[in-house]
Design a protein around this ligand. Structure first.
Ligand code: NI
Length: 159
């Protein structure tokens, strides 16, 4: 178990497009374990590999604290509806902004055993999936936020 340093907005690594993962290696396995530890330590609901400085298409998501999802090479294949609400990011500490996202998404990905999986979600889970997949293409929610970011006292639901 290791907590990794979370990169913050302004760090170039957060603007890069990440590379597909082609095989599970001890190094990738360790990265995934560290990403989960780092997400929980920071009270986040999601974390993408570039946020810990690694340009691989890997995200971890857990919107309840009891239901971790590991998504390797995720792709959103369906989306519908709309939700508008506050969104935060562990790479933009202490802030949130209003972002409109689909209310439902379905993603396909590989799990930590490199087996194909599907993950469907609504509301916060749908938002988290979209937010994390954006990270893999070098995008932060601040690009999509409506109006100025606001300061938050309690950093909840950050990804
Ligand atoms: Ni984020």
């Amino acid at each position: 178990m290791a907590i990794r340093n979370i990169r913050e907005i302004g760090d170039e690594v957060l603007t890069k497009k990440c590379k597909e993962v082609t095989e599970m290696t001890p190094r990738v396995k360790e990265l995934i374990e560290d990403m989960l530890d780092t997400m929980y330590e920071a009270n986040g609901v999601g974390l993408a590999a570039p946020q810990v400085g690694v340009l691989k298409r890997i995200v971890v998501i857990d919107v309840t604290g009891e239901d971790p999802h590991v998504l390797i090479n995720p792709r959103i294949v369906e989306s519908s509806g709309e939700q508008t609400g506050a969104e935060g990011c562990l790479s933009v500490p202490g802030k949130n902004g209003i972002v409109t996202r689909p209310n439902y998404v379905k993603a396909v990905a590989l799990n930590q055993n490199m087996k194909p999986i599907e993950l469907e979600g609504t509301e916060l889970l749908a938002r988290a999936i979209c937010h994390e997949v954006d990270h893999l293409d070098g995008h932060l929610y601040v690009e999509k936020a409506e109006g100025p970011l606001t300061d938050v006292e309690y950093e909840e639901e950050e990804a």
